[in-house]
Design a protein. Structure first.
Length: 441
């Protein structure tokens, strides 16, 4: 900076000398023109010299001032050049117009949490009150949620009275008196009921308020086949009655059995064989011959039975009532060889757990071989899965384990039947009615 000022000063000095030289020349010219002027010339010379002196002095004083002013001006310009940028940044920070978007953006952000009240759509877990469909487990009291017997099977725990009047016995066509056996005609779900206390078989169309009576003395059980032939276990007359096409005229089925039966309590027809529970002899009879019951213990001795079912191989599943078990008896086994316990305590003791029974009176099976058992002493219906793997753990599908007359309870039930949809029909003997428990899954 000093070198710049010095050079600037030298330039100014040279120009000043030039001015002085020219000024001197001008002053010399009047002298040349008037060489003889005397005092006048001398005084004028003094004035010229004084004026030149003053001019030089002013000039010498002005040059540094101009230089300082230039420096100040340069500094001012420098600050001026930088200050707009600073102010522009200040303006940008203080500019309310730009601050405005930033404040409105948070408003948008806060409305997004309002969108997070879409977790009110997480009240879709209220749709997890679809576990109100988990009132379906209530529906099938001890029925497991999910797969049952290899498939999803559940029943409504609230039964519907399809025949009789709850808690009232009577002989009117809309009443029953201690119903025992029940069977379902597969084509239209017409019920056939052994109305034991009224000495009749009731034919009861589905959804009807009353039935049609066929007279039979003290019937304990009834079976209807695929062409509507009826087979009735007439307990007091020790006969199996046969009613072709559900007519009112009967004949004795296989009359040669007359002397061999004693208090038949159940009847089942399969593969042209008639299977009978003979309580007077504590035996199972097939077409007049004893095929089970003369062995020992819960697996070999039949001690009171009110129901059985046979499969396509003529293997029998027998409700061995007083031994508190269901026994599987192969067709190839002799009457004394015994069978295998498939439900209930192998020791033959009564109980109320899921693996025990108390006076089972009847049993039936579905197309998969699963067993449905009337557990009379526990006032319930138990399901024992045989598919895909046999189990001795029962699942309660109807009843609560205690006697009652409500729509969810049973009182000393005796017999059971299934329709093609696996709806369960139970002769609720103590309540003088037949209850239907609908399959819902």
């Amino acid at each position: 900076m000093k070198s710049i000022l010095r050079s600037h000063w030298d330039v100014k000095s040279e120009s000043t000398n030039q001015i002085n030289t020219s000024w001197t020349k001008k002053n010399d010219e009047p002298n040349k023109q008037a060489p003889e002027g005397g005092k006048q010339n001398k005084s004028s010379d003094k004035r010229y010299h004084r004026a030149g002196f003053y001019f030089k002095s002013c000039l010498y004083g002005a040059v540094p001032g101009m230089l300082v002013a230039g420096i100040v001006l340069a500094i001012a310009i420098t600050f001026w050049m930088s200050s707009p940028q600073q102010t522009s940044t200040d303006v940008s920070t203080t500019n309310p117009t730009r601050a405005q978007p930033s404040t409105t953006v948070p408003t948008v952000v806060t409305t997004v949490p309002t969108v997070t009240t879409v977790p009110t759509a997480t009240t879709v877990p209220t749709v997890t009150t679809v576990p109100t469909a988990t009132t379906v487990p209530t529906v099938a009291t001890t029925s497991a949620t999910g797969s049952v017997c290899g498939v999803n099977m559940q029943w409504n725990a609230t039964g519907v009275t399809v025949a009789g009047v709850t808690g009232t016995s009577g002989s009117s066509l809309n009443q029953l008196n201690s119903p025992m056996g029940v069977s379902v005609f597969p084509n239209d779900s017409t019920l056939y009921i052994a109305d034991m206390g009224n000495n009749r078989i009731m034919q009861w169309p589905m959804s009807a308020v009353s039935g049609f009576a066929i007279s039979v003395p003290r019937p304990y059980d009834v079976f209807v086949d695929s062409v509507r032939n009826l087979y009735v276990a007439a307990y007091s007359s020790s006969q199996i009655k046969f009613f072709p096409n559900a007519s009112t005229t009967s004949s004795v089925a296989f009359t040669g059995w007359g002397s061999s039966l004693d208090k038949p309590s159940c009847v089942h027809v399969k593969n042209k064989y008639i299977f009978v529970c003979d309580n007077g002899r504590n035996a199972i009879i097939r077409n007049g011959s004893e095929v089970a019951g003369s062995g020992n213990g819960p697996t070999g001795e039949i001690k009171e039975s009110y129901g059985l079912v046979a499969d396509d191989n003529n293997t029998m599943y027998i409700a061995n009532t007083d031994h508190h078990v269901i026994v599987k008896w192969l067709a190839s086994s002799s009457a004394s060889s015994g069978g295998t316990v498939v439900a209930g305590s192998a020791a033959g003791t009564a109980g109320s757990t899921s693996t025990s029974l108390n006076m089972p009176t009847s049993v039936t099976r579905d197309s998969q071989g699963n067993l449905y058992v009337v557990d009379q002493g526990n006032h319930r219906i138990q399901l024992f899965c045989q598919y895909p793997t046999p189990t001795t753990i029962g699942i309660t599908i109807a009843g609560t384990g205690s006697a009652g007359s409500t729509s969810t309870t049973l009182s000393s039930p005796t017999n059971i039947a299934l329709d093609s949809s696996l709806n369960v029909y139970v002769s609720d003997t103590g309540n003088h009615r037949v209850q239907m428990f609908q399959r819902i899954a």
